[in-house]
Design a protein. Structure first.
Length: 47
């Protein structure tokens, strides 16, 4: 994960999940100043 995203999570930022299509998603973290930090794009595992 990007350093700024992990720092945001450790400092208590709000984490949401953004859908990017059928099987891809990305986590976003909003810090206390209102700035969004992007995480890595991930793929859902098939069952």
């Amino acid at each position: 994960m990007p350093e700024d995203f992990e720092k945001c999570v450790k400092e208590g930022g709000k984490v949401i999940t953004l859908k990017l299509g059928k099987n891809k998603y990305m986590h976003l973290c909003k810090d206390k100043n209102g700035k969004w930090h992007k995480g890595e794009i991930k793929t859902k595992k098939s069952k």
